[in-house]
Design a protein around this ligand. Structure first.
Ligand SMILES: NC(=O)c1ccc[n+]([C@@H]2O[C@H](COP(=O)([O-])OP(=O)(O)OC[C@H]3O[C@@H](n4cnc5c(N)ncnc54)[C@H](O)[C@@H]3O)[C@@H](O)[C@H]2O)c1
Length: 267
């Protein structure tokens, strides 16, 4: 049995709340949230063994992700000479963890993208398909070992995939872009079915039973009652990925047309 670890969580939103609640049975958790005056101080969080950064990364006007809150939290932890292993849970563009690891060398920074849904945050956090740990290139594995151990203990039996941080960051965008394309596809097919006087529901139900298709993201309208995709994550993450592709001189026509189709549906 491992000694019980202390865990700090920065940001008690959907992700931070689920992380704090989900790790409480196996660790001593303290939470710092800028909007919660009664929460723990950042100094207290900095003294923990492992700190999860769960602050927002909203879209900037150019479409890219604004990582300034993540950067400022990590800067504060470095300033406090925290010996913690820092795990970035926020969704950040590929390269962010590497850059922060170079800028703040006293911290052992890694990332572990989160795949929960807002409507079932705690349950999704508790039952991941796999746990991802992204580590900066050339970083010694033992620096991040406390985070890997903690996640292995909490998610016993769940595959833990350790990969380069840039791959882990890209995986999160790939996942949300895939869901966006799937929603736009389902909406398109549903609209055609309606035009032809065909009932979409039995088609959706049968597609859902094919494991190659999968049940999620085929519902039209979606869980919020509107066509297309909404929520706070899919639109901003798709836009960040498109901005990333453009900046790299690449193109993502499938993802771009899913986003354009969604703008038409959602206005
Ligand atoms: N919501 C989801 O379904 C989901 C799923 C996976 C990943 N994510 C990603 O996780 C991150 C957090 O998302 P969320 O939905 O939990 O956000 P949220 O808006 O629900 O919560 C963020 C919390 O962070 C706090 N905060 C902001 N800046 C802070 C700072 N400098 N110091 C301390 N606290 C601060 C806010 O007060 C808020 O309570 C984002 O990058 C998001 O893209 C979200």
């Amino acid at each position: 049995m491992m000694p019980r670890k202390t865990v700090g969580v920065v940001g008690r939103g959907y992700v931070g709340g689920a992380v704090a609640g989900g790790l409480a049975p196996i660790s001593d958790v303290v939470v710092h949230d800028i909007a919660e005056p009664g929460s723990a101080t950042i100094e207290r969080v900095a003294g923990c063994d492992v700190v999860f950064v769960c602050v927002p990364t909203p879209a900037m006007p150019c479409g890219g992700a604004d990582v300034s809150a993540v950067r400022s939290v990590i800067g504060a932890l470095e300033h406090l000479a925290s010996g913690a292993v820092v795990v970035i849970k926020s969704t950040v563009p590929p390269g962010t963890t590497e850059q922060l690891a170079v800028a703040y060398p006293r911290l052992a920074i890694c990332c572990s993208p989160e795949f929960l849904r807002e409507r079932s945050a705690a349950a999704d956090f508790a039952a991941p398909a796999r746990v991802i740990v992204g580590v900066p290139r050339g970083s010694a594995p033992q620096r991040h070992a406390p985070a890997c151990e903690l996640l292995r203990e909490r998610f016993a039996g769940v595959p833990q995939l350790v990969m380069e941080a840039t791959s882990a960051e890209m995986l999160k965008y790939a996942s949300n872009a895939f869901f966006a394309v799937k929603v736009s596809f389902a909406n398109e097919l549903c609209e055609l079915a309606q035009r032809l006087g065909i009932d979409w529901e039995p088609i959706r139900a049968a597609l859902a039973l094919d494991p190659r298709v999968g049940a999620d993201h085929l519902q039209v309208p979606g869980p919020d009652g509107a066509p297309g995709y909404g929520g706070r994550c899919l639109p901003k993450d798709v836009s960040a990925l498109l901005q990333l592709a453009e900046a790299a001189g690449g193109q993502l026509p499938v993802v771009a047309s899913a986003a354009a189709a969604n703008r038409k549906r959602r206005g």
